[in-house]
Structure formats: C-alpha cells, structure tokens
Design a protein around this ligand. Structure first.
Ligand code: GLC
Length: 482
C-alpha cells in the first residue's frame, strides 16, 4: 500500500505546532507496518531545507486563475527522516522563511489563499504525471483541504476520482475562509459539486474537504465528539458526515522523545533512575532560570493562544503565589503579543518564582520536560495535545483540563490506576484547585515517585495508532467502486 501525505508542516523541516510532529512521525511508523508513506510539503526558504541535499525530480506548469505557476519538485536525497520527503517549489509564493508568519513583520502573509492553493495544485499536477498512482492521498488540515475536493469534483483531476482521500483535522479552529470570488482562481469544477466549496456564504476550504474526503479523521475520539457541537460553524456539517469520521489518537515519536538517550537534555535517565534523573535535570533548569529547586516546578509550553488557555495563567499564578503556596513557574512559547508582554512584566513581579522564555526553542522544551515536576495544560480546546504525552515520557505529571485528547490520555491520580491531575471547567477556581492538589501531591515523595514511574511507563508511542490508520486505509480502499 502506498500513501502520500500532503501537509504544510513536517518536523524537523518546518514546525509551527503539533501537526509537524505528527507528519514527521506517522509515516515512519506506517512504514514499519508495511505501508509505504511519502510526505509532500512546501519548499520554504528555511535553514533546514537550505542545508540538505535535494534532488530535482520534476517540473511542471499549473494555473491559479490566469496566473501561470511554474513549479518544481525536489526530493531529499537520503531519506534521512526515515521516509521519502518531497518539496514543492513555487517561486514567489512558497519560497519564504516562515510557514504562516512573516518573520520580519510578525504578521501572517497577505496571500494565504494563493500560497495554499498553488501548493495543492502543483502537488496534484505532479501526481498526475505518475504512471502508478498512490493508493491513498492523506491531507492534513485546511491548507490541503482543496485536494479532496478537486479529486472528487474537478474534471481537471478526473484520474484521481477513484483514489480514496483522507482528511485529518488537527485543528478545526482554522478553516481557511475566503471571499467567494477566490473561487475563480480554482480549476474548473463539476457544476453539481461547485456548491460544496461554500459554507455560510463564504468559500471554506476545510468544509469543502470534509464534504468530499472519503474519510475524515480527528486526532482523538473526544475531539470528534466535541466538534459535533462546537466547531466554529461546522457543527451541522460534521454531524452530517459523522458516518465517515473516526477519531485516532496521536502517538509520540519515541525515537525523538526518549529521556534515556535524548542528547538535548543534561542528564539521561530511564524509569529506574527516575528520581535522580529528575533531580539532576531540575537542578540545571532552576539554576538557568534562577528558581528554587526545592519547590515544585510548574511549566507551560506552547502557543500563547486562547485555545490553549494561556490567558488564564497570569491570574492563576498570581493567585497561587499570593495565597502563600510555594512553587515556581516557567513558561515557554510565543503568541498573543498582549500575553507575551504580560509574562515579561511578571518576571519582575515574582522574582525567583516566575520566569518566561518568550521564544520557540525545541532544546529548551526537552530540558523543561526533563527538569520540571508538573506541566499545566488548561486548554479551552485540545484536539489531541502532544505536550502532555512528552511530559509523561519524561516523568513530569500533567495537570490538564478534561477536554479533547487531554481527556483521552490523562487519568486523575484520584481514580484507579490514575497518574495525572485533571479538572473539568475552564475557570480560575477549578484550575487553582488542581494546582493546590498537585502541591499537596508534591509534599508526598512516595506518591510522587509512584506517579512519575507510572507516567514514564505509559505507552503512547505511534505504533498502536499507526495500526489504526493502516486499518482505516484498508477499509476505505474496499469502498472503491469496481
Ligand atoms: C494541533 C492541535 C493539537 C494536536 C496537534 C497534532 O496542533 O492543537 O491538539 O495534538 O495538532 O495533531
């Protein structure tokens, strides 16, 4: 079986969030199950791409309305990621440093539609030239959601009509809404399919893909259920497409995330030396940020965005410290400028108890998972969440809101076989109560040690989830009309 993944991100080539981690790992694990998987992504002008040997494999021409797109396809020569990865070069549109954000201005690009669409059209045009087509085309998020639509609804791509398409929703919050006039830039569509491009009076890339993909997947079961009643206007659409939708939990790449061999952390450890390992890594981290290593250390890693609930942290932390509870806090991430500013100013308000690294730093993230006691994820929405899984692998106890993938992966330590701290509602009282419980837990070294070992031993590797994808591919192939 041969699957082509089309995605705007892939770790370590270009990462903005968890999408990259998934696309950078799933193909490897699918391969170990005998499913040949390729990744196709944009050829950004970033350092990873500049520093790797790429081989030119194809060139072609496609049209974005009246605009002629002369594109090139490159392949990374050594398959060093463990699978073949191909890059779509569209000069003037994709050859920029940032994925979604212009690094000079910190703003999103002005031509999202043209960027995402030229990438998708070039990918499809290239695949048209294959003498042997893939068995499945698997798209990820709205940036690639016109692909299922065009495969099903455009005479230009009629040769793809019998190839099953899969669309995975990693984040239904972003849908690719555009003014209706942009439709003119897409290739000709079958008149009876044209209406599928629009939702609530606008062109909506995600909705077009969801209605035409053969299968929809979401990255956890609970998120799939939540989308039925909360999906930014797509509720009735997702309810109507429920039959072909499946939740498959993400895994983590245990080659990259392994405290016993991770070269990014200061002291390697496995479950047997967990106590010492945590201590050594915490010592480094606390020294680096001027925090007291004897107090429980709480971290937050991620986008400083409303979805992630990062906006509750300033009040939560102040309340905790003003209540006389003893603990320290460390934040890593970028995002909302107002929040960034707030965290910067909190540094001087709580010297010795709070610090923030307002940046993207993969190495520091590894060191924080290794050296902290608790990871806080107060998300409003969490399709899967990978950070709680990384934290657990490094013996850090997750404190999570019971939502989406967090609900599916963390059992409260008060419940049988539990190991994390959970709370139900997104409000300051519930979150604060969870912090209080974890501070009490920290003061019981035996229980803490037991829970650390329990989280480290949980298996959230991709191996199982890749098996679910493989089964889904097999099932959908059976639906190809004979
Ligand atoms: C998005 C979601 C996150 C998920 C990731 C990978 O970033 O917000 O919850 O884990 O995609 O699927």
């Amino acid at each position: 079986m041969h699957v082509i993944h089309i995605s705007f991100e892939c770790y370590p080539v270009a990462k903005a969030g968890g999408l990259a981690d998934v696309v950078g790992a799933l193909p490897k694990y699918l391969k170990s199950k005998g499913v040949e998987s390729w990744v196709v992504m944009p050829k950004f002008n970033n350092s990873w791409i500049r520093n790797h040997q790429l081989e030119h494999v194809h060139d072609g021409i496609t049209w974005l309305g009246e605009e002629k797109i002369e594109y090139n396809i490159f392949k990374e020569q050594g398959d060093i990621l463990g699978f073949p990865i191909y890059f779509v070069d569209v000069p003037g549109r994709l050859d920029r440093e940032g994925i979604y954000i212009d690094s000079e201005s910190d703003y999103g690009y002005w031509d999202d539609f043209e960027r995402y669409t030229s990438f998708q059209l070039a990918s499809l045009d290239w695949m048209k030239s294959f003498s042997k087509k893939p068995d499945i085309i698997h798209c990820h998020d709205h940036h690639t959601a016109f692909v299922p639509f065009l495969m099903a609804g455009s005479p230009v791509y009629h040769e793809f009509a019998r190839i099953p398409s899969v669309l995975t929703i990693h984040n239904g919050h972003y849908q690719g809404w555009y003014e209706t006039g942009k439709k003119e830039l897409l290739p000709k569509t079958d008149p009876d399919k044209e209406g599928l491009l629009f939702w609530n009076g606008r062109l909506n890339a995600l909705s077009a893909g969801l209605r035409t993909a053969w299968r929809i997947t979401t990255v956890s079961h609970s998120y799939l259920e939540e989308l039925q009643y909360s999906s930014k206007g797509l509720e009735s659409l997702l309810a109507a497409e429920r039959q072909k939708s499946f939740g498959i939990l993400n895994g983590i790449d245990t080659d990259v995330w392994d405290p016993s061999s991770d070269s990014l952390i200061v002291h390697n450890f496995d479950v047997k030396q967990c106590e010492k390992g945590k201590e050594e890594n915490k010592k480094w981290l606390c020294k680096e940020f001027g925090l007291n290593k004897d107090l429980p250390l709480y971290i937050f890693i991620g986008r400083l965005a409303e979805e992630k609930g990062a906006d509750i942290l300033p009040d939560l932390i102040s309340r905790y410290l003003h209540a006389g509870l003893k603990g320290s806090f460390l934040i890593l991430g970028t995002g909302d400028p107002g929040l960034q500013h707030r965290f910067e100013s909190m540094k001087s308000e709580h010297v010795g108890y709070f610090d923030a690294a307002i940046t993207y730093n993969e190495e520091l993230a590894h060191r924080m998972y290794a050296g902290s006691d608790f990871l806080i994820m107060p998300s409003r929405v969490e399709p899967c969440g990978l950070n709680q899984l990384y934290a657990m692998r490094y013996g850090t106890i997750p404190i999570v809101r019971k939502i989406g993938g967090l609900k599916d992966t963390v059992i409260d330590f008060g419940d049988p076989d539990g190991y994390g701290v959970t709370f139900n509602h997104f409000n300051i009282d519930d979150t604060f109560h969870a912090l209080q419980r974890s501070t009490t837990l920290y003061s019981d070294p035996e229980l803490l040690d037991l829970l650390r070992k329990r989280v480290m031993e949980k298996d959230f590797s991709w191996y199982n989830s890749a098996g679910h994808y493989q089964q889904m591919y097999k099932d959908v192939i059976k639906e190809i009309p004979q």
